[in-house]
Design a protein around this ligand. Sequence first.
Ligand code: ATP
Length: 235
Amino acid sequence: AGGPARLTATGLTAGYGQATVLHDVDLELHAGQVLAVLGANGAGKSTLAKSLAGMIPIRSGTVSLDGAPIDQLSSFQRVRKGLALVPEGRRLFADLTVRENLELGVGARSTHQSLDRIHELFPKLTELSGRAAGALSGGEQQMVAIGRALASEPKVIVFDELSLGLAPVVVDRLLEAVDEIAAWGTAVVLIEQNVHRALALADEALVLRQGRVVFRGDPAAFSDEALRLAYLGTD
Ligand code: ATP
């Protein structure tokens, strides 16, 4: 695809307190592409998600959206520019209704059309509209969290551990939705524990090990051997 990538990160380094967790991460993602981010527990996947979304400051490097730097912007400003996060653990307002949670995602970029589109993607949310988010099943809550992110009509959406704790049939449904969201032209960063499912969906894979990129490329070229190295680190 010509022109600047939708999302670019170069030399991304980030951490917490004294600890540097992510080292020199580069990535590039175009409209409609899915990037699967894989790695063992503690490899830095969530830290990457938070760095991209502005939930934690970066130490060095750049993050750009359509060629313009966004790394100095707050997470809220990044949402307005078109980068939304579906956080690990969903972080809904349990006492608010589904509709209220969705409306919280409605920013300057949003229209009624985006809410219509969310209800087309997840028809179930229409019937659950008046229910408290905290009373829903895990899968339903994840639909609300995805819907909330989509309400801002993002150009880039980052999913952090989308399927954590959910039944396989629910995971399948959510990953179908991810595929559909990408087909709309959204660039997708998919942090996912179901490695084989994520690779089946992805246009590109990125593997982190101890906070560094150890593989970036075609998911089809991603052999079991590469997986073993990434996860077990016995090279
Ligand atoms: P997991 O699948 O376990 O969530 P991950 O690949 O998402 O793993 P991160 O959550 O990014 O990994 O964590 C990477 C490292 O950063 C770990 O060593 C973790 O202990 C550390 N870390 C994560 N969050 C914090 C925090 N808020 N403060 C300090 N250290 C943290």
